[in-house]
Design a protein around this ligand. Structure first.
Ligand code: TYD
Length: 203
């Protein structure tokens, strides 16, 4: 595959969405065809699953959540990500499998060994070329989400949940240091963008 697969991660409120848009245009300006997409979602079925996962009123067992995340991901890989990479495009994806390890694994206690099985089953060895992890402490993320905005199921979790999710991301970054780059997202947008530009300049 000749394309470039970049995933963006961070706890809720880290500000990744702002940087995602910039990243897409960064590659377009350099003449690349870019597909910006997201998880859960990215396909009609995936978006329906997203709605179920984010807007459902009742509790969903974390293993069920994991299965639905990976079901959406299988569809997304098949219909969007793999074809785009084959055509040499840059795929910028808002969250991917590291989010399942961080949220369902570290946040909600699903065994990482089970997630490893699903990952292999769904991805068959395919990994992002680069993962940008926008890192902020859980309290900062909570403050950025604000109190006036309607929150989805995950955003309603407490600070200690997000501290575990953050620890999960940092664990992933330590395991896969050449793929996952940690960006300190505590400072203002301009400074964070400079770090980002420095990293993507070599791609
Ligand atoms: P998010 O990416 O934050 O979208 P928005 O910025 O539009 O709110 O929302 C997706 C939510 O789904 C987020 O809270 C994390 C959660 N999530 C998981 O728990 N596991 C996963 O595997 C993925 C992809 C997302």
């Amino acid at each position: 595959m000749m394309g470039l697969f970049i995933t963006i991660e961070g706890i809720d409120g880290a500000g990744k969405t702002t940087h995602l848009k910039w990243l897409g245009s960064y590659f377009e300006v350099r003449g690349r065809q870019v597909v910006v997409t997201r998880e859960p979602g990215g396909t009609p079925l995936g978006e329906s699953l997203r709605k179920l996962l984010l807007e459902s009123d009742g509790a969903i067992h974390p293993e069920t959540e994991s299965l639905l995340m990976f079901a959406a991901r299988r569809e997304h890989l098949e219909r969007v990500i793999t074809p785009a990479l084959r055509e040499g495009k840059v795929v910028v994806c808002d969250r991917f499998t590291d989010a399942t390890f961080a949220y369902q694994g570290w946040g909600s206690g699903v065994s990482p060994a089970r997630l490893d099985v699903l990952e292999e089953w769904v991805q068959r060895g395919l990994q992002p070329d680069l993962t940008l992890f926008f890192d902020v402490p859980a309290l900062v993320g909570q403050q950025r989400l604000g109190s006036d905005r309607q929150r989805d199921r995950f955003e309603r979790e407490r600070t200690d949940f997000f501290e575990r999710v953050r620890a999960g991301y940092l664990d992933r970054a330590a395991r896969f240091p050449s793929r996952i780059r940690i960006i300190d997202a505590t400072p203002g947008i301009d400074i964070v963008r400079q770090s980002l530009e420095h990293i993507v300049a070599s791609y």
